[in-house]
Design a protein around this ligand. Sequence first.
Ligand code: NAP
Length: 278
Amino acid sequence: MDFKTLGRSDVKIPVLGLGTWGIGGLSTSRLGGEEKDAKALRLGLDLGMRFIDTAEMYARGHSEDVVAMAVAGERESVFIATKVSAENLSYERVIRSCAGSLKRLKTSYIDLYQVHWPNSRIPIADTMKAMEKLVADGKVRHIGVSNFSVEQTREAQEALSKNTLASNQVEYSIVERSIEHTLLPHCVKEHITVIAYSPIARGNIHGSSREERWRTLGAVAEKYGKTRMQVALNWLICKEAVVAIPKASNPDHVRENAGAAGWSLKIADQDKISRAFT
Ligand code: NAP
């Protein structure tokens, strides 16, 4: 596994983490799928993706329960990121939400606590004050945001007095590249890590590709002895400041995704893909 520095900190995180949206949901728990999902996460951890992203709202908190099952006995060596929901951004509610996440995750600290979505009805200063209190109390190590625009990211940075903003988690993949216009350059300049969500377009890179795109990915994949998915993920993590968090419950998918790190596309091949997916 390769690593990148988180924000302006001295902490290194794996370039590939494990997404958990849908994990612990009703359909999986009815089928006894929790253990299967925890197993898939454990496989990802064993393959070096020792970074898990979850949220208090995923499966109404149940994803965090499954994460706790997966990291049991290995907490210290896993980087856990979770999120506080947009409706819980007042000072008191952030503190309360964090307590809930800590309980479900069965841990005394969260490595990265992220604001899931901005909420214009609640001053960001209140939210960030609570975040800094959680850091001061040792309950949170790093503060991040998610789905924040450049302007909202700036406001969040300015609202922090003792900490720096470590990350912004946003949608980014070869088929969804909106952040390249202004947000990605801003984050690179400000040393804010971009955590790319839906990095394989929810598994639809294949279906949504036009024939020429499909052929380009296939030709590059063949050249490196990799799969198209691995090329699509590697293209992302080759970008400065970007890490990605694909979600996979299927163990074959977990293995395939883990194989997207540990090597790099040559710049000419990155450019070829960028052009094909413009
Ligand atoms: P994604 O990771 O792009 O795609 C997940 C889907 O792709 C699943 O259906 C998975 O199937 C399938 N898949 C995984 N690896 C594959 C492979 N190698 N080949 C073929 N199919 C594969 O989408 P996502 O779940 O939306 O995003 C990833 C994570 O980002 C989430 O789980 C969540 O942690 C985070 N996220 C955050 C936000 C936010 O607002 N901050 C929003 C969306 C997502 P199986 O599960 O069957 O393996």
